[in-house]
Design a protein around this ligand. Structure first.
Ligand code: ZN
Ligand code: ZN
Length: 343
């Protein structure tokens, strides 16, 4: 692994770094996590990530990961001045949206068997990145696979079993190398996840997005149901979803995928329950949009443009329209059957 290390280390520049505008600015990647961007920024400026945390006044431990949850005014100002980045771009990399905070994997430095670690990764995403980086959605306990590559996420280094500890990196090493043993994480083997479990995962992701976009009063109830999913599935009894390792959550989703969806819909408002059942039955809103488009083509001659998937509140409105349209079609069919003259 020695070939992965950069030959030049410029640690004596720490003092200079605080005073001077940093020589290299980098743009955030799509959905990049703030701590991931900070890692890349540090290395681009010739500083290893752990001492760079000192430059930001974060101290030892998971300082940069804590910033993902709570970006202080002082650090934000320093980064704007020194790294030429806009406030909005910084905010977009944090995980501070209130609705789904309960579903974030807890910040946890010590790794215990079958327990969650603070983040996950897709080896193939890291392999495909020009500048490997960690995604914000990998922090969610409801995510178990990669939507791009269709394989399971990982939450540990397969070589030494430690969690991701890039905040602790004392060498000029990109973050796709394990900070503990330097294993190349992007070469980790693929993890198989049943198609049914990935459909359930995608549906849950979409249901959460709709709930957030609508500012739904039921989002708290939804997160409670999701946190209790392992109890429903009988996997690691007593632990909530956020406390389980990725492999345990994959088992949990695979079990739940074959069961009735009542655990996500029971005792819910009729419209909400129906919308969730539609998304769950279709396996996500992209598939539902396709069904809707086909339905409109057949029954109402709607243009194909509806196949472009909307997001958030638009999606909620579209699902409601789909419900109404299918109801109308059923009613029309009933009337036609009733109107058939007896022979
Ligand atoms: Zn991937
Ligand atoms: Zn390792």
């Amino acid at each position: 692994m020695s070939g992965a290390r950069f030959a030049i280390e410029i640690r004596e520049r720490y003092g200079d770094v605080v005073r001077d505008r940093w020589s290299v600015s980098i743009d955030p990647q799509p959905d990049e996590l703030l701590s991931s961007w900070l890692h890349r920024l540090a290395i681009a400026n010739g500083i290893a990530p752990r001492p760079f945390a000192g430059v930001l006044g974060l101290g030892d431990g998971m300082g940069s990961s804590r910033l993902d949850h709570s970006l202080t005014h002082g650090v934000a100002t320093l980064l704007q001045q020194q790294a030429d980045i806009a406030t909005e771009a910084l905010s977009a990399m944090t995980m501070t949206g209130p609705a789904l905070t309960p579903l974030l994997l807890p910040l946890r430095e010590n790794v215990r068997p079958n327990r969650s670690t603070w983040t996950q990764y897709c080896p193939q995403c890291l392999a495909g990145d020009q500048a490997p980086y960690f995604r914000r959605h990998w922090r969610l306990a409801t995510r178990i696979s990669c939507f791009v590559h269709g394989r399971g996420l990982r939450d540990r280094c397969p070589a030494c079993r430690s969690g991701i500890a890039s905040f602790d990196q004392t060498d000029l090493m990109p973050q796709h190398f394990c900070a503990r043993c330097a294993f190349a994480l992007r070469t980790a083997s693929k993890v198989f996840v049943k198609t049914s479990a990935r459909r359930l995962e995608r549906s849950i992701d979409d249901i959460c997005k709709v709930g957030m976009a609508k500012g739904s009063m039921t989002i708290g109830d939804l997160t409670s149901r999701l946190l209790g999913a392992p109890v429903i599935a009988g996997v690691s009894l007593g632990k909530t979803l956020t406390n389980l390792s990725t492999s345990s959550r994959i088992r949990c989703f695979e079990w739940l995928a074959d069961k009735p969806v009542g655990w996500l819909t029971a005792d819910e408002d009729d419209a909400v329950a129906r919308r969730r059942r539609l998304v769950l039955a279709a396996g996500g809103h992209d598939r539902l949009i396709a069904h809707f488009s086909d339905f409109m083509d057949t029954h109402q001659g709607s243009p194909r443009s509806v196949r472009s998937p909307p997001t958030g509140a638009d999606l909620a409105a579209l699902l409601a329209a789909y419900s109404r349209a299918t109801d109308d079609a059923i009613q029309t069919k009933r009337h036609r059957v009733l109107a058939v003259p007896r022979g």
